[in-house]
Write a protein that binds this ligand. Structure first.
Ligand SMILES: *[C@@H]1O[C@H](CO)[C@@H](O)[C@H](O)[C@H]1NC(C)=O
Ligand SMILES: *[C@@H]1O[C@H](CO)[C@@H](O)[C@H](O)[C@H]1NC(C)=O
Length: 270
């Protein structure tokens, strides 16, 4: 589409207050970590000049977008994990972006072989551009999945608060986390499980998993909700009593040994 000089100057005037005409650019994280079997949503955005001045003010329009593991072959559709010109229905690589400025990529059920560097390329009526740096995707086996608690003690009194967080070597932004209490799936998904007013029903062993199949599950975290105000203290009291008894026994044993030595010394003196 050709524009008359008047339309062009209006467009450039409009672009003026919003900042300079954007350049060719792709913005994505340098690296992205994902646990094998889980879903990765890689954020991505891109910009291009609004008009092609060289072609007499043609409005730049995106015609094709692609994600590829090889920046040199990005313009071919054969090796691309996603290509708007050749969308594969069974692909685990889904394009959540658009043709305007969002190039977010979703990888479903990641496998070890997905660990590669990926590049985003877009082609317009005024030329194409491939993001220079690429995103390095790391796939971990998820053996280090852990439940962490906001409180160090397993015992929390009724009405109290606790936040359980699912952690691993990967950061967990935008990951699907599944939670279980005593092995039963909870409805909550997300990296953190927050309890604001604990009841005894919440007592149990909590595990988290990074894929719906329940593999890559963390070790359990036992949460014990006290039934009354003094419960917490009484548990501690029991521990203190046990410690006291052990200490008393040790003391008596040592006293016995000292006495035995003392008395044997006495015998020797005679
Ligand atoms: C890009 O699209 C994704 C998926 O629809 C969305 O979650 C994200 O917020 C969008 N990003 C921007 C900057 O609009
Ligand atoms: C939670 O785990 C502990 C030890 O691992 C076990 O003794 C206890 O019975 C478990 N509780 C439930 C409700 O499964």
């Amino acid at each position: 589409m050709k524009m008359n000089p008047w339309t062009l100057s209006v467009l450039l005037l409009l672009a003026g207050p919003l900042g300079a005409d954007p350049g060719w650019h792709v913005e994505y994280p340098a690296s992205f970590c994902v646990v094998e079997g889980s879903t990765a949503t890689i954020p991505c955005s891109f910009t291009h000049p609004l008009v092609d001045v060289k072609k007499g003010g043609v409005i730049v329009q995106v015609k094709r977008v692609a994600w590829c593991p090889d920046p040199l072959l990005c313009h071919q559709s054969t090796t691309n994990v996603y290509d708007s010109g050749n969308v594969r229905a069974d692909s685990r690589f889904l394009y959540l972006g658009d043709l305007v400025g969002n190039c977010t990529l979703k990888i479903i059920k990641t496998v070890k072989q997905d660990a590669k560097r990926y590049y985003f390329r877009f082609e317009t009526n005024a030329g194409g551009y491939t993001g220079r740096e690429g995103v390095t995707v790391t796939v971990t086996n998820g053996e280090d999945v852990k439940v962490r608690s906001s409180v160090t003690d397993n015992v929390v009194k009724e009405g109290g608060q606790v936040t359980l967080t699912c952690t691993s070597a990967c950061s967990f932004h935008q990951l699907d986390v599944h939670w279980y209490r005593n092995g039963h799936a909870l409805s909550e998904t997300g990296p953190a499980l927050h309890f604001s007013s604990l009841t005894n029903d919440e007592t149990g062993n909590y595990t988290c998993s990074l894929d719906s199949s329940g593999q890559k599950t963390s070790a359990p975290w036992s949460l014990l909700v006290g039934e009354y105000e003094g419960f917490h203290r009484s548990v501690h009291l029991k521990v203190a009593v046990v410690k006291g008894v052990v200490l008393a026994v040790l003391f008596l044993l040592m006293a016995g040994v000292v006495f035995a030595i003392w008395s044997s010394n006495k015998t020797n003196q005679i």
